[in-house]
Ligand binder design. Structure first.
Ligand code: ADP
Ligand code: MG
Length: 682
């Protein structure tokens, strides 16, 4: 960026230290930052013809007052002022809430301008702005900025105006001419100007298109530069596995691999053998058989003389995986050990010692695997399950424990393609898109809470057949305590209902891991028939005799999470059922319930989830790794993302990109991000 634009915003007249502090809260430090601080929406004050306005849409109209304002109070401080207004040929109603003082300002037969929400059914505008006289902002299309500190909308507009006047001429083009031409994108100066001082929505659309493409291109360039850098500068291990031994393992399995599993195994083997460093994401729906694939991959590393590690999010899951791996790898005589924080004292010391000496082939555990005291002899392959629960930092620590081991991330939360290429743009992606033969789909029903009694009857019928049931309790954002209370209440209700006939267990996040384990064990041994639980039961738990799942307040969960939960049943040969107890108020909520009853396909659900919730929410608030874009929207601007991605890949691999002055800015941008020094993008 030019020197002029890099000056502090205090260079602008009217911005002193104090105002600068408010700007700092918006991450605006320089004049360039200010010019690139985009409005998050626009207020349209142009006059509209009411016949063309949709119900609930915001509108500005001008009209003649046709009735004396009538004022009603309700509650202590609440009031409603109503007038009739002639707008062209229409007589409509306008209401103002809690602005009683307007009664004396509005007079019969006067012209006024009001802005508000149009209720087409009631022919009424609920006004939030009013101006006596004609619309002085006619045709205005004004930017609205998200503001912090002491800066007002008016102030913001004024400063941006000033900045443009004095410094607009220093705005330099950042996109290569070729791309501007090819996609008919607006130049940077003009596009910025329109973003801040637009005349109409169409113009903004064009200006926005330019910034969307630019944001995606810069992001993709960084991702792909990182990938290229990793390939060239972090030599991986060539793991020369023993194919004959692998075949022995594969032939010892109680079932043939599905074609999708075979394909993925081959992808893993190719990565292991290559001198490059594996950085791969494995996606596969719940029950698609990722564990077997992981076992084969880890065994491949073992036959090549390396150790493997499998890292999972919870202790329960670690134990289950350790069990499965031990069973699967028993015929080939591989030593698997479990390491969790509850393994202590002598046993722990022994495991650590043997690991260091290379006597343990595969270590399975939780975050405990990345503690300082854990040293591998020769770590070659690391797999993490449900990777999005691990922070980027944790992954890096583990990687650094070995000699740059190959890394595979597995996830059962299918990530829509859109997100996969952004969030995991620097990774290779493998997909298991086929279920093992003979799997029955889970029949899913949506029931209103009033039908609880019938639902309980349904559960009872399943229990009478000797099956078991999960009952999942509401998720209350931000409050584990309330979640727990809910589970306790539901547990009481059900214990009462099934009194003397069946045992109802309770599981929630406030239990110690021993307590959790005891409950889980009782459930898996069928000493407990109904397990009431919060979402702690979500991941990986495997009790094939459970055929029924009831989810209370299902509207509170995202589709992907509902799907995850539902995946706890349908693991055996019997038909399984899932009942969603929900009375969603919104259209979107109802749509979600319908989709759940219609499909069992995790990928379809994840695409829908993304569409309905938007990318920010997709991984939940706390999940890192989802890039934030200023203007672009990963869902709606998907096409631009694809284009930018292929352009980035073309650029990165071209000779000219690294030398030609046309690409100077793009190159600098990559360098600034530090990826070429081997740093990580978070
Ligand atoms: P995921 O981890 O993907 O949810 P798992 O690896 O736990 O799935 O597999 C789910 C179940 O399916 C396990 O009981 C496993 O033994 C079984 N399974 C895996 N692959 C196959 C296959 N190819 N054919 C039949 N059953 C399979
Ligand atoms: Mg699994």
């Amino acid at each position: 960026m030019s020197i002029e634009l890099n000056q502090s915003i205090t260079a602008l007249k009217g911005i002193g230290e104090e105002t600068a502090e408010s700007f700092a809260e918006m991450r605006i430090y320089t004049i360039g930052d200010l010019l690139e601080y985009f409005p998050y929406r626009y207020e349209d004050y142009s006059l509209k013809d009411l016949t063309e306005v949709q119900h609930d849409e915001k509108v500005t109209v001008e009209g003649k007052v046709h009735s004396e304002p009538s004022l009603n109070y309700f509650g202590r401080k609440k009031s409603k002022l109503t007038i009739r207004l002639f707008v062209g040929a229409y007589l409509i109603k306008v209401v103002f809430f809690n602005q009683p003082y307007l009664k004396n300002k509005i007079n019969m037969n006067e012209t006024i301008t009001v802005t508000g929400k149009w209720d087409a059914h009631r022919q009424t505008i609920t006004a939030n702005e009013m101006q006596i006289g004609h619309n002085t902002k006619a045709n205005a299309f004004e930017p609205v900025y998200s503001l912090r500190g002491k800066v007002t909308t008016k102030g913001m507009r004024k400063f941006i105006h000033l900045a443009f006047q004095q410094y607009g001429k220093y705005i330099e083009e950042t996109l290569p001419e070729t791309f501007l031409k090819k996609y008919r994108l607006m130049g940077k100066h003009d596009a910025l100007k329109i973003m801040h001082f637009p005349n109409n929505p169409e113009e903004v659309k064009q200006a926005r298109r330019r910034f969307v493409y630019e944001e995606f291109l810069l992001f993709q360039l960084k991702m792909q530069a990182l990938r290229k850098f990793e390939r060239e500068h972090s030599p991986g291990i060539e793991q020369k596995y023993d194919l004959a031994k692998l075949m022995e393992l594969i032939n010892s399995l109680p079932f043939p691999l599905t074609n999708a599993q075979k394909k993925v195994v081959n992808e893993l083997l190719a990565d292991l053998k290559s001198p490059y460093h594996m950085n791969r994401l494995l996606q596969g729906d719940v029950g698609s058989g990722k564990t077997v694939v992981a076992a084969i991959g880890l065994y491949a590393a073992v036959t090549a003389g390396y150790q493997g590690a499998l890292m999972v999010p919870t202790e329960i899951l670690a134990e289950q995986h350790a069990e499965s791996l031990k069973n699967l790898l028993e015929p080939v005589n591989v030593r698997c050990e479990l390491l969790t924080s509850s393994i202590k004292g002598k046993q722990r010391r022994e495991i650590l010692q043997e690991l260091k000496e290379g006597k343990i082939d595969i270590l399975i555990g939780t975050h405990a695997l990345i503690q300082d005291e854990v040293t591998f002899h020769k770590l070659g392959f690391v797999i993490t399950d449900e990777q999005h629960r691990f922070g980027v930092e944790q992954r890096r620590i583990l990687r650094e424990k070995g000699e740059n081991p190959d890394v595979l991330f597995m996830t059962a939360t299918p990530i829509p393609r859109t997100l996969a290429i952004t969030v995991f743009g620097e990774m290779d992606v493998s997909i298991i898109d086929e279920m093992p033969a003979g799997r029955k789909t889970i029949e899913t029903y949506w029931a209103k809470p009033e039908m609880l009694e019938r639902v309980l009857g349904f559960i009872e019928k399943e229990l009478m057949k000797g099956h078991q049931a999960y009952v999942i309790c509401p998720l209350i954002e931000e409050s584990e305590k309330l979640d727990v209370q809910n589970a306790i209440d539901v547990h009481m209700t059900l214990s009462h209902f099934f009194q003397d006939r069946f045992t109802v267990g309770l599981m929630h996040g406030r239990l110690s891991s021993e307590e959790k384990e005891t409950v889980m064990k009782a459930f898996s041994e069928n000493n407990v028939q109904v397990l009431v639980s919060t979402t702690v039961v979500e991941v990986g738990v495997n009790v094939p005799n459970a055929t029924m799942m009831v989810i209370y307040d299902a509207e509170r969960f995202g589709l992907s999470q509902l799907h995850q939960l539902r995946g706890r049943v349908g693991r055996g040969s019997a038909q399984s059922y899932c009942i969603l107890l929900a009375s969603p108020k919104s259209e979107v909520g109802q749509e979600r319930m319908r989709i759940m009853t219609e499909t069992n396909d995790g990928f379809v659900l994840s695409e829908k989830d993304l569409e309905l919730r938007g990318p920010g929410d997709f991984f939940g608030r706390k999940q890192s790794g989802v890039p934030e874009f200023k203007v672009a929207d990963m869902v709606h601007d998907y096409r631009a993302l694809e284009t930018a991605r292929s352009d980035a890949s073309m650029l990165i691999s071209s000779e000219a990109f690294w030398t030609d002055p046309e690409y100077q800015y793009l190159r600098d941008n990559i360098k600034e991000s530090g990826v070429l020094e081997g740093e990580k993008l978070d």
